[in-house]
Design a protein around this ligand. Sequence first.
Ligand code: NA7
Length: 553
Amino acid sequence: MTAGQGGTPSKSTSPTRCDVIVVGGGFGGMYAIYKFREMGLSVQGIEAGGDLGGVWYWNRYPGARVDLPSIDYSYSFSPEIEQEWNWSEQFAAQPELLRYIDFVATRLDLRKHYRFNTRVTRAAWDEARQLWTATTDRGDVLEAPFCIMATGPLSVPKEPEIAGLSRFKGRLMHAARWPHEPVDLSGQRVGVIGTGSTGLQIVQELGPKVGELFVLQRTPSFTMPMRNVPLTPEYMAEVKRHYAGIREAARNSAVGGTRPQSTRAFFSVTPEQRRSLLEDAWKQGGLAMLGTFSDLMVNEEANEVVAEFVREKIGEVVKDPATAEKLKPRGYPIFARRPCIDTSYYETYNLPNVHLVDLQADPIAEVVEQGVRLASGKVVELDVLILATGYDGLTGALTAFDVVGRDGRTVTQKWKDGPRSYLAMMMEGFPNLFATTGPNGPAALANIIRISEHDVDWIAALIVHMQKTGASSVEPTAQAEAEWMDIIAGLARRSLINKAKTWWVGANVKDKPTGLTMYTGGFAKYREHCAAAAADGYRGLVFARRVEKARAA
Ligand code: NA7
């Protein structure tokens, strides 16, 4: 992979002036840079990592793999890239995703627009000059009329509130900050804290490879078979012939992918038919089960039948009944916590060197020199402790530094009771600031690449509109924002997602406001809302003209 370039810090105090600042070099940021550059705008990207890739740049942990089909989890904006790139597996592993990112970045010459190893420390709106000023930890000062926060929903790892972590004499590793060089864990006593998507992938990968593996589980996740397969050249050729249709289907689906979503309600068919449909979905693999019925996220009774179906499957795989019982999730609806897909997660517990430590029965008291001490006093002795403890999701990136809008108000202040925005992309009081995959959209519930492309395209069209009409700034009205949040709240009231304590509802981070603030109406409907606002003359937005601003000053 090409090493990151363009990271030379400018220590000069004279600001770099451009049309658009893009914060973040993941899928969203890369596309934003490309799109705005092709529109003839001057762009400057800032990325904390040493290269492009965002979440895939950082998450190099063993077994890291996308859990949407690679065909869907890829850019659709360039037919050339679609035709030139071949995926080797239905669900690509992290190294292949980084190769894809490198391929796109090189093909489109994107790296030259980025400063790497650089963090934005403050971004502030200058009302008099109608522009954003961003400062970085390397002394850069950037100025631009437009600022795009392509900072992603999962870019700030959560510091687990576990006492004594610094005391550990072994090797402490965070999944989201995994080293770039190979790590040999063979023969070691390894502990993993966290059993979300990340922890599961690590456990199934490391189980057969390490000396002893201790899985410290607080909340078990539901996971379903991935049934990953290699993609043959013939299959890829067929996909390439049909990419246009595949993309169209994805854009018009709830999840931004080609996974079928049934309109059939769970109790509209007989128990035998239900069972048979669930068995089919289990055999098919991936998240097929989520699409089998239309009401699994709103009908608690239906949801519980499906949850019990998966618990039964766990019981069939895991040989030790006590371990199987502990692995069976209870107390929250299936799919209300991010459903996982796996290749051999439950089978891993049949290995003699793999041990499940049930933290519900015996919680972590503290980390000590030799390992993890539990409340009972028992010490799980370890050479290596891996934290797969998740992220300050959805909002963390925009509250981690000062993003200052009009009248000195920060995003952190605006979001003190939870995130608020208009269409997940703009905020009242923050003119010309845009987010891609923001916290009041379908991010986390739909394909992040489809959402990123959509958001960037929508923002780009708005900027074109501003150029045509001579507007220097735009922001939503408080009323438009309130109406969008009402739509979100109305949908959220029906959703079972509220019934699990997860990063989706902010419950995983101490003192964070909790509640379901994502748009749960599906990607296609989200697009409709955004398109309707644009078609209606950018309803809900107020524009200012530079000449008016000058006169007012
Ligand atoms: P998740 O899904 O937030 O999972 C984090 C896990 O870490 C979860 O099992 C937590 O248990 C556990 N955790 C966190 N803090 C602690 C402490 N202090 N003690 C014990 N266990 C703890 O993050 P992932 O990285 O796995 O996945 C994030 C997303 O990436 C995923 O949803 C996909 O979209 C891709 P808890 O549930 O809080 O009891």
